[in-house]
Each structure stands twice: as structure tokens, then as C-alpha cells.
Design a protein around this ligand. Structure first.
Ligand code: SAM
Length: 280
């Protein structure tokens, strides 16, 4: 297990102090939420604002309050932890990532406010080194498609207190489209693998419900925000134009176009979901 390939490039661009990349991806690395998706062109600052908006939507869905112990799994550069730290008090925040280099970046971004504590843990999401039933809320922003989902959901269920919740965002295929999605190798296509690393976007809502149930988790909220993510694709295409490695750029374009195509045809939806751990 290692960091996805797109992060190596991002870390390099941030180290070179690329101001456009810093504005768009210096805090969050995800698809963003564009309140007005018809407003184009999208600047790097617009993208950064959309990324913050998606994070806030997820925090709202998670129903965060002061005094909680919160886990952010696949925490990237710490954008979600930073939002939580700025808005709530008496928090215990834990950021988990497979990639220690991203955690170093996150530790620079998230300076705990007095009363808040922030910890970082280099670990695989499927093997959380945390005690049973100690976490109030878990968040996982656009990362779960990299994980071994059944093991991750079982781990989250183990560490959450009864009544605690997990809020995630993911690319979710329509149940009727799952066979088709697998048929066109949306997750396994070579371009997708080399651009985005090992991902699996074959889990429908039904599959989520079945596996979550078997882990004592219940899907309580689901919101399709696909239409608010569409400006992302054009912005990513534009970013790639400055890449020197044309093979890498072509793979990234191909992978991103494939995902946009599937989203525009409503074969795949960008979903926000919340699961609650059932009380005994
Ligand atoms: C698309 S990024 C999202 C980052 C962050 N949540 C955000 O919203 O900015 C996916 C993240 O998942 C992390 N990741 C990938 N596989 C992982 C694993 N098995 N365990 C923990 N983190 C993982 C990556 O290193 C990356 O930080």
C-alpha cells in the first residue's frame, strides 16, 4: 500500500510553491461542491472555495458538536481537520493517512486552537490502531475508493461508540449500471490505475447497505451532489495542460474523461452518505 500517484505530483508542485496548485489543492484534494455549477470558467481560487464548501457540507451532515473525538480517515493535507479545528472547541482530532509525507504537510496546516488536540497516525484505513468504542464521529472525504471497504467498515464499527457515525463521500454507481461499469473497466482501466492508483468505484448504495448492516452500521442519509461537482472536470483538464510528461497527462485526461462521461450519464453519482452505529 502506498500513496496514490496523483499525490506525488501534488507534493512536488507544492514544494515548488506553485501558487495555482496551492490555491486549488493546498488544503483539500477532492472534487468540491460548486453551488452554481453553471458559473464558468473556474479559477484556482473558485476551486479552493468549492473544496471548502464540500468539506463544510460533510461536516454539516456529520452533525459535529464541541467536545467530540473525531477521526478523519484518508485525511490528505488536513483540510477537513483544519475546518473542524477552526469551528469547534474541546475536540480530539485524529488524522489517518497511509502516506506519512501528507501527514507532515497536514501537521503544518492544522495548528490546534487552545482546548483542541490534533494527532496524526500513519496507518492503513483497514487497520486502525485505536481502542474499541472510543470515537464519536468518523469522516472520510473522497478516500474510501482506495480502501479495502469491508475491512474499513468493520474497523470503523469497532472504534465508534454506539450511536456514533461515519460520514463519507464516494463515487457510487447506479445498481443497474454496476455490471456495465465493471464491463468498461472504470476502476481497472490502465489509464485510471496510473492516474488515480488502486481504486474501486463499483459499490452501489445497495452494496453499501448490505455490508454496512453486516458491520452493525446503518445508512441513514444519502445525498446525490453530482451536478455540483461537474465544473471539476474542466478544471482538472486545464491543470493537466501544463504537465511536461505527455504520457502521464494523457492517462490522467483519459481517466478523468471516463469518470465525467459516467457521471454525466448518471451511471455513477457523487454521493454523500452517513452511517450510524446501531446501539446494542
Ligand atoms: C482524494 S484524497 C482525499 C484527501 C482528503 N480526504 C481531502 O478531502 O482532501 C484520498 C486520500 O486517501 C489516502 N489513502 C489512500 N489509501 C489509503 C489507505 N489504505 N489508508 C489510509 N489512507 C489512504 C490518500 O493518501 C489520500 O490522502
Amino acid at each position: 500500500m502506498s500513496a496514490p500517484p496523483y499525490f506525488n505530483r501534488l507534493l512536488q508542485q507544492l514544494a515548488n510553491d506553485d501558487s495555482r496548485i496551492r490555491a486549488a489543492f493546498g488544503k483539500h484534494v477532492h472534487w468540491g461542491y460548486f453551488a452554481d455549477p453553471g458559473h464558468t470558467p473556474v479559477t484556482a481560487d473558485d476551486y479552493g472555495r468549492a473544496a471548502e464548501a464540500l468539506c463544510l457540507k460533510m461536516i454539516e451532515m456529520a452533525d459535529v458538536s464541541d467536545g467530540q473525538k473525531i477521526l478523519d480517515v484518508g485525511c490528505g493535507f488536513g483540510g477537513t481537520l483544519s475546518c473542524l479545528n477552526a469551528r469547534y472547541s474541546q475536540l480530539e482530532l485524529i488524522g489517518v493517512n497511509i502516506d506519512p509525507e501528507q501527514l507532515q504537510q497536514a501537521a503544518r496546516l492544522v495548528r490546534p486552537r487552545p482546548g483542541n488536540n490534533v494527532y496524526f497516525m500513519a496507518a492503513d484505513a483497514a487497520e486502525l490502531v485505536l481502542a474499541d468504542e472510543t470515537i464519536d464521529l468518523a469522516l472520510c472525504v473522497e478516500s474510501i475508493f482506495h480502501f479495502d471497504r469491508p475491512r474499513f467498515l468493520a474497523e470503523i464499527s469497532r472504534v465508534l461508540r454506539p450511536g456514533g457515525s461515519l460520514t463519507i463521500s464516494d463515487f457510487v454507481p447506479d445498481q443497474r449500471a454496476t455490471e456495465f461499469i465493471e464491463g468498461i473497466h472504470l476502476s481497472a482501466a490502465e489509464a485510471v490505475r496510473s492516474a488515480y492508483g488502486s481504486i474501486d468505484i463499483s459499490w452501489s448504495l445497495q452494496r453499501y447497505q448490505e455490508v454496512a448492516n453486516s458491520c452493525n452500521l446503518c445508512l441513514t442519509h444519502g445525498v446525490d451532489i453530482s451536478s455540483h461537482t461537474l465544473p471539476t472536470y474542466e478544471f482538472l483538464r486545464e491543470c493537466v495542460q501544463s504537465w511536461e510528461d505527455t504520457v502521464e497527462a494523457k492517462d490522467f485526461q483519459r481517466a478523468t474523461n471516463l469518470l465525467e462521461w459516467a457521471t454525466r450519464r448518471q451511471l455513477v453519482a457523487y454521493q454523500l452518505m452517513r452511517f450510524e452505529k446501531k446501539s446494542p
